[in-house]
Design a protein around this ligand. Structure first.
Ligand code: NAD
Length: 349
């Protein structure tokens, strides 16, 4: 493998600082500059990680510096403008999920990548877990047969991120738990199903608990706290999706993507209400029910950022590409639109 040196910039230092830490562990990577609008966060992280330059204005940083690649980990509203600018300046882009605020922005981002001839990878981080990789491999080998129904869920009992901050402010986030959490689980389900095209969606969104909590604390909350969707796919299969930051159920954090196939079924789910995952398959062999568990702990999946670097160095298409991100954004837009209209709507290719 070629270990070319790559100069990185990072914009947004919440989850962005985790990417910084991961990048510093990879040979040949230089973090040339970082950016955050919060000067305290910026100076603390610059010192901690010994980064040569820092900026509070991302567009200015992209204008002044020359990067091989840029990590964009800001609130969702800024994903598209920074991504497009980074491509105009000739960098590859690793952008956090959701890809953008809406499909129109997502298409513009991919067009900028194509015009620059650079790679756009979305951090659909849940794909890059050993259990998901192990299950995907079995699915590619046909273990489930045809998958005709999938149900994908992420629920929290009470887990609104930073109530009143950007996550719960539609103008900055584009939406609530659907665009924040549901995006991961819908992405995972579609990836497991072989990325079929969506045809139509019927959905509803609700916000009783978020609205009440925000009222009690005098905070902004103008997004949903629960989204529920029924998605028809081009191959006749159905995907149902549920995403919430606040529902009344036992688990603090519940994630589950279930697949029902003609030969077997499978689930990818979190363990003990946390962020460790297992995959299980429910098969039939020689007249017996056979259940399997995939952990694959002895051969870990690559971190998503390491996969991005591998794609740059070896000219490969990222597993979670901008093109798949557009498909996902169409579904998210469709869910919000169907909920607004109160009826099923078509999703055009
Ligand atoms: N892939 C994952 O699993 C995962 C996990 C967490 C967050 N995310 C995504 O990462 C992004 C950031 O989320 P977060 O949890 O780090 O949020 P956060 O609020 O914790 O951090 C965001 C940081 O960006 C800074 N910022 C805000 N506006 C900026 C701007 N215009 N330019 C530069 N910096 C700016 C803020 O000061 C803050 O330090 C979101 O899109 C979120 O959906 C993805």
């Amino acid at each position: 493998m070629t270990q070319s040196n790559l100069k990185f910039g990072i914009i947004g230092l919440g989850i962005g600082r985790n990417h910084l830490a991961s990048l510093q562990e990879i040979d040949g990577i230089q973090i040339a500059a970082i950016c955050d609008t919060n000067p305290d966060v910026l100076s603390r992280i610059q010192k901690q990680y010994d980064v040569p330059k820092s900026y509070t204005d991302g567009l200015k940083m992209l204008d002044k510096e020359r990067f091989d690649a840029v990590v964009i980990a800001t609130p969702n509203k800024f994903h598209a403008p920074f991504t497009i600018k980074a491509f105009e300046r000739g960098a590859h882009v690793f952008c956090e999920k959701p890809m953008a605020m809406n499909t129109t922005e997502a298409i513009q981002m991919q067009a900028a990548a194509d015009a620059a001839g650079k790679k756009l990878m979305l951090n659909m981080s849940f794909r890059y877990t050993p259990a998901a990789f192990a299950l995907k491999k079995q699915l590619e080998q046909g273990m489930l047969g045809d998958i005709y129904f999938a149900r994908t869920v992420w629920h929290r009992r009470r887990g609104i991120p930073k109530l009143g901050g950007w996550f719960s402010t539609k103008a900055l986030s584009g939406g609530g738990p659907l665009i924040d959490l549901g995006v991961h689980r819908i992405d995972l389900a579609l990836w497991f199903m072989g990325t079929p095209e969506p045809v139509s969606v019927s959905a509803s969104v609700f916000n009783p608990i978020g609205t009440q909590l925000a009222k009690e604390q005098n905070r902004t909350f103008d997004v949903e706290d629960l989204a529920v969707a029924f998605i028809r796919l081009e191959n006749g299969a159905i995907l149902t999706a549920e995403a919430s930051w606040a529902v009344n159920r036992a688990e603090r954090e519940f994630m589950e993507t279930r697949l029902y196939g003609t030969k077997a079924g499978a689930v990818h789910r979190n363990v003990d209400q946390g962020y460790d995952f297992i995959a299980e398959a429910f098969c039939e062999e020689n007249g017996y029910f056979v259940d399997k568990i995939y952990r694959n702990e002895f051969r870990p999946a690559p971190k998503s950022i390491a996969h991005f670097i591998d794609c740059i160095r070896n000219d490969r298409e990222p597993i979670s590409s901008g093109k798949e991100g557009i498909k996902l954004m169409k579904i998210l837009d469709g869910i919000y639109e169907s909920a607004r209209l109160g009826r099923e709507i078509s999703i055009t290719a």
